[in-house]
Design a protein around this ligand. Structure first.
Ligand SMILES: Nc1ncnc2c1ncn2[C@@H]1O[C@H](COP(=O)(O)OP(=O)(O)O)[C@@H](O)[C@H]1O
Ligand SMILES: [Mg+2]
Length: 323
């Protein structure tokens, strides 16, 4: 398959300016996503995964959130520079997002049919019978049983899993090229989660859809992703094809994250967890932000930012110990 980067992010910085402090939620992030590819974005809670997605959508929390530097090149256009009016032609059409909790994405007073219809009416001016047919099709695509019977339902009349499918139907209604899936299955129970992931994979293959899959679940990464970017304290510390990441994790943070996952069939008395906590995001750290938690830091680690080391075969890690 010929691959060309659909999305190319360069040195993206998205900060939150709150009273008296600056939260550097996304602090110099670079990565790319090819057409039809799934990139996993992993890391502990609070490391900036959601803010990265919101920056791409240009929907950072207002008024505190702002993109202060960098480029978000999507199909050759730098989204950082486009007007809000132009951005609206991307959002929900060429780039869509699915959030963790379907209840925050769905409007409780509108029927599911109306909510799936909305992006098609807005972006593609579909109306009347055509719109009705397209809505039923969209619900069928996400395998909602008897969709023509469900279009008039309100969100509360559906199960959590079905609600998240409706969110998926709305996100995919205009056939986007890129889907930002921010922990889309975290709120679902295990069986429903597995079904949802299988569904996403199916749709992705049919539609040649690229996905940024935000998760902290390495099981999902192994199952869903082609490549992985590991994020720590607002920065990407390692990127690699999935297999390479599991077999040769190179950044000490990635190693620690993988060690904290309980292995199947292995009896553990206590779950391994990473010592310490991520640094406060409103502080500027001169060197590597993982240095205070690193099991074997070197002297320069806390002084100078680590270089990006090319480990071959599209594997990169930012660590002095690899230099
Ligand atoms: N509305 C907000 N105002 C100020 N800080 C925020 C806001 N939302 C998130 N943050 C901070 O931004 C950082 C990144 O958060 P986030 O991207 O949500 O992390 P993740 O998705 O990786 O768990 C965190 O330190 C979080 O506390
Ligand atoms: Mg998040």
């Amino acid at each position: 398959m010929a691959e060309s980067p659909l999305l190319q992010i360069e040195d993206l910085r998205a900060y939150l300016f709150t009273r008296g402090s600056v939260v550097r939620a996304v602090d110099g992030v670079s990565f790319s996503v090819n057409e039809g590819e799934t990139l996993g974005l992993v890391g502990e809670s609070g490391c900036g995964k959601s803010m990265t997605c919101l920056a791409i959508m240009r929907t950072l929390p207002a008024p505190s959130g702002r993109i202060v530097a960098g480029r978000i090149r999507f199909q050759g256009v730098d989204l950082v520079g486009v007007s809000e009016a132009e951005m609206r032609t991307y959002r929900g059409r060429r780039i869509s997002m699915i959030l963790q909790d379907p209840n925050t994405s769905l409007n409780p007073v509108l029927t599911v049919g109306e909510q799936v219809a909305e992006p098609m009416r807005w972006h593609q001016q579909v109306q009347g019978k055509d719109l009705k047919r397209r809505v039923v099709e969209a619900l069928r695509r996400v395998k909602i049983p008897a969709p023509e019977m469900r279009v008039g339902d309100y969100p509360h009349q559906m199960s959590g899993g079905m609600r998240q499918r409706v969110v998926g139907a709305a996100a995919l209604a205009c056939e986007p090229h890129l889907l930002l899936a921010d922990e889309p299955t975290t709120a679902l129970d295990a069986t429903v989660q597995a079904q949802y992931l299988a569904l996403l994979k199916d749709i992705q293959e049919q539609a040649h859809l690229a996905i940024i899959f935000v998760t902290h679940d390495f099981g999902i990464v192994a199952h869903m992703c082609d490549r992985v970017a590991v994020m720590y304290a607002g920065k990407i510390v390692e990127t690699a094809p999935v297999k390479a990441l599991f077999h040769h994790p190179s950044h000490p943070y990635t190693v620690a994250l993988l060690n904290s996952v309980p292995k199947l069939r292995e009896r553990v008395d206590r779950l391994y967890s990473i010592e310490g906590e991520p640094p406060p995001v409103d502080q500027v750290i001169p060197g590597c932000s993982f240095a205070p938690r690193c099991p074997s830091p070197e002297e320069r680690c806390s002084r100078e930012p680590p270089p990006t080391m090319d480990l071959g075969d599209s594997h990169h890690a930012n660590c002095w110990k690899l230099a």
